[in-house]
Write a protein that binds this ligand. Structure first.
Ligand code: NDP
Length: 293
């Protein structure tokens, strides 16, 4: 039976370390890291995320700035707010909650955020720096995946890693990070042939396809590390909501060596890594060396 990699506990420990670093910044240079979160419109899931982000930001001692804009906000108005936040010295991290309303071009918005404050790591300059070995701000969920994989095996060098999914938000950056950890990385996607065979060769699997319980037990090499990024809200026959991942958890846990659950795996790491990025951004903006997080 696989050992469970506890994302909730790992995230809690990371937040405790972040709180220490925040206090150090306050004591040493008199600066409080500030994170601005922008929400346009009233998407139910986004509302929950934004609330959680604000709560956890305050809990680690950082300043939290929330900007809630109506659905009919224009692209120009949103760009103006981003410009203001780019120039606000009390703001070190800017996050625009996705998805944005259809009339706003999200690529244009994300590219308008100052790369040094782009704590989501979605700006093309940060993506480019990650790919070329610069000191980028790296997307939060991928960083969380690697931290969790390292809970199973501190040194990932030489592992065959298979990432299922090639999105800019998860698949590509997590592949890049695993390459930096000296894994031999295969990126699979919806056009990959013989996916089960590819995955079966993996010592480390990151499932980020957005397909509920797609990864089955007979795809998994015995003892492999399995990191499940997927989040799917399902309703059972009694009408009860249950979160599931991209991995068929019960059967895969019989074969894998280590596995992240859903919920309680990658999910909690995403906000913790956002706070981490905000502290890193604050340190860099104030000419301090990166914190040891
Ligand atoms: P996208 O839909 O942007 O990307 C999905 C990727 O998976 C694509 O590259 C797609 O291939 C590939 N894919 C789709 N179907 C298959 C298939 N049958 N076989 C192989 N590959 C397939 O999703 P995201 O990357 O944004 O998110 C992935 C999952 O992670 C979602 O469930 C999402 O909810 C979850 N998520 C969780 C987060 C967290 O905090 N835990 C944060 C972000 C996302 P192609 O490129 O060919 O279309």
């Amino acid at each position: 039976m696989a050992q469970i990699i506890d994302g909730k506990l790992t995230a809690k420990n990371l937040r405790a370390q972040i709180a220490v670093e925040v206090q150090k910044l306050k004591d040493s240079i008199g600066v409080t890291p500030g994170l601005a979160v922008v929400l346009v419109g009233a998407d139910g899931a986004s509302e929950v995320y934004v609330k959680n982000k604000a709560k956890q930001t305050s809990e680690v001692g950082m300043n939290s700035f929330e900007h809630r804009l109506p659905e009919e906000t224009t692209e120009a108005e949103l760009l103006m707010l981003i410009d203001t936040l780019n120039n606000d010295p009390s703001v070190h991290g800017i996050l625009v909650q996705l998805p944005l309303p259809k009339h706003i071009d999200d690529k244009k918005i994300l590219s308008a955020i100052l790369p040094a404050k782009d704590v989501d790591g979605f700006h093309p300059i940060n993506a480019g720096m990650l790919a070329t070995g610069g000191s980028a701000l790296v997307p939060c969920t991928p960083v969380g995946c690697v931290i969790l994989a390292k809970q199973a095996k501190a040194d990932l060098t030489g592992l065959n890693a298979v990432v299922i999914g090639r999105s800019n938000i998860v698949g590509k950056p997590v592949s890049q990070l695993l390459l930096n950890e000296n894994c031999t990385v295969t990126i699979a996607h919806s056009r990959s042939q013989n996916l089960a065979e590819i995955v079966k060769r993996a010592d480390l699997v990151v499932a980020a396809a957005g397909q509920c319980e797609m990864v089955k037990a007979d795809w998994i090499k015995p003892g492999a590390i399995v990191i499940d990024v997927g989040i799917h809200r399902t309703v059972n026959e009694e009408g009860k909501t249950k979160l599931k991942g991209d991995v068929a958890y019960d059967e895969v846990a019989e074969v894998a060596g280590y596995i992240t659950p859903v919920p309680g795996g990658v999910g909690p790491m995403t906000i913790a890594c956002l706070l981490r990025n905000s502290v890193v951004a604050c340190c860099r903006l104030h000419g301090q060396s990166d914190p040891d997080l």
